[in-house]
Design a protein around this ligand. Structure first.
Ligand code: GLY
Length: 349
């Protein structure tokens, strides 16, 4: 039997009135109450965001909106040709084309924007924000995302630096000993990255934002989207709770809805660090056998970063040795991440 919308509404209202439906969609109202605001400004990012967290922190203290401040922070890395995981100079896809992903969320207005597989635009974080600010959409990809960026005044440029082109050629020449590419050398180390920059911030009023931007998995299949442009995977903000984001192997973060999960764990009372560790457990729960070694240890790494509305922060990696960048009243610094597994358990290459 199908119900038209009106009949459905009348029936559910009658059921609710009879007391058969919960009055609130949130069963435990206390768990969903906003966290108290302590007015502590804090910016947290992946470790490649050390310069960015300082810039964003200073801008927030000067009154800049949290999202504008952290986007200015990640722009430093996007425009740095020596960082091969993001923006200009990012390692290309299998065809030698740099395809970038980014997304952002603005807590005070509950808005989000995202671009995926965008080419020739060095600052996809700003294009993601333009999607958020100037369209009714959340996500644009590929050629459409680039067309939109050009219409918004972004300048196209070649993002493949000479260093990244050489790395791509080396990867290609080492794919298969029988193919027609020359100069295969067993002693050459191929440069791979799942690197990314994620940055999250809270201001003195307790307003929160997040942004993530990346060139994704090096030499990926053209068209591949990682976690970075996926709202809830690569980053997530709820202004009542806090913000979180991820770097590392994106496919696992997508399946775990990792950033959303971290924010929800903070909502339920976990500290940012505990919430990041809970998301690590969740990632492991969702990991397919082919990504595990004989002892059940993952053959990849992921990293999470989180800030709570009250200014507490935390980070976690699967393996010992992870670090992240933070800036608060104690200054900008790199701190050690919590972890699930000691380094001694990391699979040998
Ligand atoms: N986390 C970045 C990516 O996998 O694309």
């Amino acid at each position: 039997m199908t119900l038209d919308r009106r009949t459905f509404l009348e029936k559910t209202a009658a059921v609710a009135a009879a007391g058969f439906l919960p009055r609130s969609a949130f069963p435990d109202a206390r768990a969903w109450a906003p966290l108290p605001r302590a007015g502590r400004v804090c910016v947290v990012a992946s470790s490649n965001g050390l310069r960015g967290v300082k810039l964003a922190y200073d801008r927030i203290l000067a009154g800049t909106d949290t999202l504008d401040a952290i986007i200015a922070g990640v722009n430093i890395t996007e425009l740095d040709p020596t960082d091969q995981s993001v923006g200009l100079g990012g390692l290309p896809n299998a065809d030698g084309v740099v395809q970038l992903d980014a997304s952002c969320m603005h807590g005070p207005t509950n808005r989000a924007g995202s671009v995926g597989c965008i080419e020739e635009i060095a600052t996809p974080s700003l294009v993601a924000k333009a999607v958020m600010d100037y369209t009714a959409h959340v996500m644009l990809v590929g050629e459409g995302a680039k067309k939109f960026a050009l219409a918004m005044g972004f300048r196209p440029q070649n993002l493949l630096t000479e260093q990244s082109r050489q790395d791509w050629l080396r990867w290609k020449a080492n794919l298969n000993p029988g193919d027609a590419w020359l100069d295969r050398r067993d002693d050459v180390k191929i440069n791979f990255t799942h690197g990314t920059i994620n940055m999250n911030a809270v201001n003195a009023a307790g307003d929160v934002s997040s942004v993530t931007t990346t060139s994704g998995w090096s030499y990926k299949i053209p068209g591949r989207l990682g976690d970075s442009p996926i709202i809830g995977a690569g980053q997530y903000t709820d202004n009542a709770v806090g913000a979180a984001g991820s770097t590392g192997q994106g496919e696992l973060c997508i399946k775990a809805c990792a950033s959303f999960y971290i924010v929800e764990q903070m909502r339920l009372g976990k500290s940012p660090e505990q919430a990041c560790l809970a998301a690590m457990e969740r990632v492991m729960h969702m990991t397919e056998a082919r990504w595990l070694d004989g002892r059940g240890r993952p053959k990849y790494d992921v990293n999470f970063y989180a800030v709570a509305k009250d200014g507490r922060f935390g980070g976690a990696s699967l393996y010992q040795g992870g670090e992240f960048a933070v800036c608060d009243a104690d200054g900008a610094r790199v701190v050690k991440s919590a972890y699930l597994y000691p380094n001694s358990e990391r699979p040998r290459e």
